[in-house]
Design a binder for this molecule. Structure first.
Ligand code: HEC
Ligand code: HEC
Length: 295
């Protein structure tokens, strides 16, 4: 009944969850690549898409995201589905070694198997680019990959993103995006001394984000400018990069807008905004979705 009521009341954007994402596995995979922001890290300025990224400066040293095109020698050509899924959800390489969490598998681990397989189909369909990976340049002792098994034991559990039946489909989709493929949580949540996300301060902002820049909070239970934004303010800023005060987002969020949020369907932007704004209907959104609103 609820579903029927929802469909009757909703405007177009509330069509089934993946509206705008395309119908074939390849189209869905391309959309998931945008959603996951793979290009933001795995592409150098002016370089071939996904053939390896520019320096990621962190407190632990500099990371150089590898080539993830299907080139067999220098990329990830020939990986099986199982190998890809192990990398994305458990941070384990085909040779059994561990990945650094600078590769946000910590969040991708919450992605559905179906989404991961569509994403892989799309990556497999890209041109193979031969480009050798550059070694990371890390401070001692972080260069010792073997230490990552300890790090993972202490700080990593694959993320479980549960459907909340009492929340609206939009809120649930937003929850999935923000904490899963969209990995918004990776920058907008503070980290401990060992670089692990502080789950108790989910989305509360990170004074020392990527490249040392401050990342503002996205939680509402805080005295921040963001807490005063309407759902439409959030949606518009993600779509265009323009903030309510007329300024534009900069820094690493500029890349997120270019490669991710400006490419998402209106449904997904609304889902993110609904999740961040807390699923409380606002005057501009009385139609439809309040039917299944949380609480
Ligand atoms: C925040 C930056 C960042 C984003 C976003 C990102 N990656 Fe990565 N990725 C990395 C880094 C850094 C590594 C290397 C990790 C290591 O060496 O331990 C990596 C490694 C990988 C590997 C392992 C490659 C190999 O040769 O072993 C795969 C596969 C991969 N990423 C796929 C993806 C996909 C698919 C996406 C998008 C859904 C993505 N990554 C998004 C930073 C990123
Ligand atoms: C690579 C790190 C990074 C990721 C990933 C990221 N953000 Fe951001 N975000 C930032 C930074 C840095 C700023 C501040 C930009 C500025 O001040 O110009 C920001 C600003 C914002 C703002 C404006 C908030 C304000 O108070 O000004 C919103 C909204 C936002 N991000 C939403 C998101 C969403 C939604 C996602 C996931 C799809 C996301 N961000 C992923 C780094 C990130």
């Amino acid at each position: 009944m609820r579903i029927v009521a929802l469909l009757l009341l909703c405007p177009l954007w509330a069509q089934p969850a993946l509206a705008g994402a395309g119908d074939t596995a390849l189209q869905r995979g391309e959309y998931l690549m945008h959603l996951g922001g793979c290009v933001s890290c795995h592409t150098e300025d002016g370089g071939e898409p996904l053939a390896g990224g520019r320096k990621m400066a962190t407190e632990f040293g500099d990371f150089y995201p590898p080539n993830i095109t299907p080139d067999a020698a220098t990329g990830i050509g020939g990986w099986s589905d199982a190998e890809f899924i192990a990398a994305m959800t458990r941070g384990i390489a085909p040779d059994g070694s561990h990945y650094y969490p600078s590769f946000p598998y910590t969040s991708y681990s919450g992605m559905t198997r179906e989404d991961l397989l569509d994403l892989k189909r799309y990556l497999d369909s890209r041109p193979a680019i031969q480009r050798l990976n550059r070694e990371h340049d890390l401070e001692f002792p972080y260069g010792l990959r073997a230490l990552l098994s300890l790090w993972k034991w202490l700080f990593f559990d694959p993320r479980v993103i549960e459907e909340r039946p009492r929340s609206s489909p939009l809120w649930n989709r937003g929850n999935y995006i923000v904490n899963g493929p969209g990995h918004c949580v990776e920058c907008h949540t503070p980290r401990n001394l060992f670089g692990a996300l502080d789950a108790d301060r989910h989305l509360q902002g990170n004074p020392r984000g990527p490249g040392g820049e401050a990342v503002p909070p996205l939680s509402r239970d805080q005295d921040s400018e963001f807490a005063g934004w309407s759902l439409d303010d959030i949606l518009f800023s993600l779509q265009t990069g323009m903030l309510p005060d007329g300024d534009f987002v900069g820094g690493s969020m500029g890349l997120v807008v270019d490669n991710t949020t400006s490419r998402l369907s209106e449904y997904d932007l609304r889902a993110i905004a609904t999740y961040l704004a807390g699923d409380k209907p606002t005057s501009s959104l009385r139609t439809g979705y309040s039917v299944t609103a949380r609480r």
